[in-house]
Design a protein around this ligand. Structure first.
Ligand SMILES: NC(=O)c1ccc[n+]([C@@H]2O[C@H](COP(=O)([O-])OP(=O)(O)OC[C@H]3O[C@@H](n4cnc5c(N)ncnc54)[C@H](OP(=O)(O)O)[C@@H]3O)[C@@H](O)[C@H]2O)c1
Length: 252
């Protein structure tokens, strides 16, 4: 299916590995030019070289930290110099590890880290980047969140509390920018087998709990993101797609 986004430019935040990298690969395969943002420049360069070797698209990279306003402002200037972006894929860092029960989370530094990475950084990017799309009259925002925003998971409070805030922001944003041709949606994964996820000690137990009896593949998440970025998804906004093999038990 032709997605109708060939030649557009996507900013993929946290796109140098894992789910973000899978999204970069899928969008590049669809002919989308990329601006990839993450902290480690060496890894970004590897990412650029690999993507350029396999797809005839333009790949630019920008290193910085999502939690730092100056870095995000530099990223926006970079995007403007490239001629703007039409697609934003907002992937946030993993929460502090290991995950603990709520009452065991007594370390203020961990709460601050989770707030900075999951919520503050996400809000910074949304507030600074989305105006670029509003002014051009077309845009797609797709946030990668977590299935735990619909159904809290054991020991996920430090992540879920701030991800819920991101979900509220996405809904507000969807309503505000719809009139400018910009859609805002989320993809909410659980048990998708990235290299980081594969390193969890209780992996087999987690996979056994998935109704589909397997882990998800990063390419499956990337396919959902690509669809939401496409022309075909132009009437979908303010939505959330659970990508969890059936783990979320809620009706809606
Ligand atoms: N896999 C799943 O089943 C699952 C389930 C629920 C939620 N999630 C969420 O999905 C997201 C992606 O997961 P993943 O396994 O793909 O993560 P990952 O492999 O750790 O990749 C994270 C990406 O974000 C970048 N990054 C990290 N901290 C950053 C910062 N402060 N500023 C800018 N970029 C930063 C990383 O590059 P640098 O380190 O170079 O910055 C990397 O490109 C995470 O939030 C995770 O919690 C995943």
């Amino acid at each position: 299916m032709e997605l109708g986004i060939r030649g557009k430019r996507a900013l993929v935040v946290g796109g140098s590995q894992g789910l973000g990298l899978a999204v970069c690969e899928r969008l590049a395969a669809e002919g989308v030019n990329l601006l990839v943002f993450a902290r480690d420049m060496a890894r970004l360069e590897v990412c650029r070289a690999n993507l350029c070797a396999t797809h005839p698209v333009q790949v630019d990279v920008c290193s910085g930290d999502i939690t730092q306003a100056t870095d995000v402002e530099r990223l926006v200037r970079y995007a403007q110099d490239l001629g703007g972006i039409q697609i934003l894929v907002l992937n946030t860092p993993r929460p502090p590890s290991p995950m603990r029960d709520f009452l065991d989370e007594q370390d203020e530094a961990r709460w601050d880290q989770a707030y900075q990475q999951q919520l503050h950084g996400a809000l910074l990017v949304l507030r600074k980047v989305v105006p670029l799309m509003v002014s051009s009259g077309w845009g797609r925002v797709i946030a990668i969140t977590s299935a735990s925003i619909k159904q809290p998971m054991p020991r996920h409070a430090i992540s879920g509390i701030f991800r819920a805030g991101v979900q509220v922001a996405l809904k507000h944003l969807a309503m505000e920018v719809a009139q400018h041709g910009v859609t805002v949606n989320a993809v909410a994964p659980a048990t998708v087998l990235t290299p980081t996820f594969s390193s969890f000690h209780n992996l087999e137990q987690r996979i056994a709990a998935v109704p589909l009896r397997r882990a998800g593949r990063p390419e499956e998440l990337a396919a959902a993101v690509a669809f939401l970025a496409s022309e075909h998804a132009g009437f979908i906004t303010g939505e959330n797609i659970q990508l969890d093999g059936g783990q979320t038990r809620s009706l809606l």
